[in-house]
Write a protein that binds this ligand. Structure first.
Ligand SMILES: *Cc1c(COP(=O)(O)O)cnc(C)c1O
Length: 381
């Protein structure tokens, strides 16, 4: 792995700015702000990059999940299994569409759906599973795709955080995250792997029928202008965002290798400390490090964050509490204790600064203070 080079990142920054400005000017000149040419060009380029034939762009990653679920035409009362340790989107859209969300627990190291928990939650009404590729690597798709195949379930991959990661099968084949299940969804929120300068989303599929349905759904369900073949929504990627994304797509692989190099630096500096668990690498995936999430003993997490904040080091917590404990979802009837792993990891996780332009000096400064924090803890006890 190449060492992080500040000048590379800075050069890229300048290049990027110039390219974004000319993309902006082109769209401004064209006046074609909705469904302009860059939207199609971007969808095609993204499909080529992740090797999937159908890419449907839409307004954001949450819409992408909703459109995906709508396209499956599931019968009322269908149950959809999804992880309890997750961002809210998947749960939210299942509830909004009137289906029954069934939460399952996750693995303590890769945060991916735990196979036995999935099996235990499976019923005759289960119709789909939403696998979530958290933080930059694929959830365990080996088990999940086989389980879905056996039980004739749809597999949706929420790939908002792991665009560009490769899922590795036991036969050594690789496919891009989001292209393994029936439908994959992603987000272009500015902090994601491929960030727009605003909102955006996309949906991947190999199934032409689903692709047609999803294209219709994004346009109010129209099969042609003013013919509403089905109930739809209005969800579009703006021309301007597509033009920006086309520029940034050229940098995606560079960004990924920068992030991987930074993660390696973090690993080297942190992995020998007994208080710190560095991010686990799944054997079924590459890791593109949308986030670099370490785990520390629960009692130390918040004081560590506080200490780092005092040193001007920003951190974040994904996610502070599992979904089943959230006020809006109490009607689902889950209780504290239902998902022990999800509950145990929420107070332990802390995301360290991670972006492609982070320098080795900065990584050293951050890790120096993390190690100093734990050194002070031990000298007091
Ligand atoms: C960001 C994110 C989403 C939602 O994407 P938006 O574009 O913000 O709607 C969905 N799922 C996961 C796992 C995410 O990280």
């Amino acid at each position: 792995m190449n060492p992080i080079s500040l000048s590379d990142a800075q050069d890229t920054g300048k290049l990027l700015q110039t390219a974004l400005e000319s993309a902006f000017n082109e769209v401004l000149q064209s006046g074609d702000f909705i469904n302009g040419a860059p939207v199609k060009t971007f969808a095609k380029a993204l499909g080529n990059l992740v090797r999937v034939p159908e890419v449907i762009t839409c307004g954001n990653g949450t819409d992408a999940l909703q459109i995906a679920l709508m396209a499956l035409d599931l019968p009322p009362g269908s149950e959809v299994i999804l992880p309890a340790f997750n961002y809210v989107s998947a749960l939210e859209v299942v509830v909004l569409l009137g289906f029954v969300p069934v939460l399952a627990d996750v693995l303590p190291d890769t945060f991916s759906l735990e196979p036995n928990s999935v099996k235990a939650r499976f019923t005759a009404k289960t119709r789909a599973i939403i696998a979530v590729h958290l933080f930059g690597q694929c959830a365990g798709l080996g088990f999940l795709s086989e389980f879905c195949r056996q039980h004739q379930l749809y597999l949706i991959e929420d790939n908002a955080q792991s665009l560009g990661a490769q899922c590795l099968s036991s036969e050594g084949k690789s496919a891009y995250a989001g292209t393994v299940g029936h439908i994959g969804t992603t987000s272009f929120f500015p902090t994601k792997m491929l960030g727009a300068l605003g909102d955006g989303g996309a949906i991947f599929t190999r199934d032409q029928k689903l692709a047609t349905s999803m294209r219709q759904i994004t346009r109010h369900g129209q099969s042609q202008k003013y013919t509403y073949a089905r109930v739809g929504v209005n969800s579009r990627l703006d021309t301007l965002q597509a033009a920006f994304l086309l520029v940034k797509l050229n940098f995606l692989n560079f960004y990924i290798s920068q992030r991987q190099a930074i993660a390696q630096q973090y690993d080297q500096l942190l992995q020998n400390n007994t208080f710190i668990q560095v991010p686990a690498r799944s054997l079924e995936s590459t890791h593109v490090f949308n986030q670099y999430v370490i785990q520390v003993p629960a009692g130390y997490r918040d004081s560590l964050r506080h200490y780092l904040h005092e040193q001007q080091i920003p951190t974040a917590v994904y996610y502070p509490s599992p979904l089943h404990t959230q006020p809006a979802y109490q009607h689902l009837g889950y209780q504290t204790g239902d998902f022990p792993v999800a509950e145990a990891i929420c107070p332990k996780v802390i995301a360290l600064p991670m972006h492609p332009a982070l320098t080795l000096d900065q990584v050293q400064y951050i890790t120096f203070h993390i190690l100093k924090f734990f050194k002070n803890q031990t000298s007091f006890t």
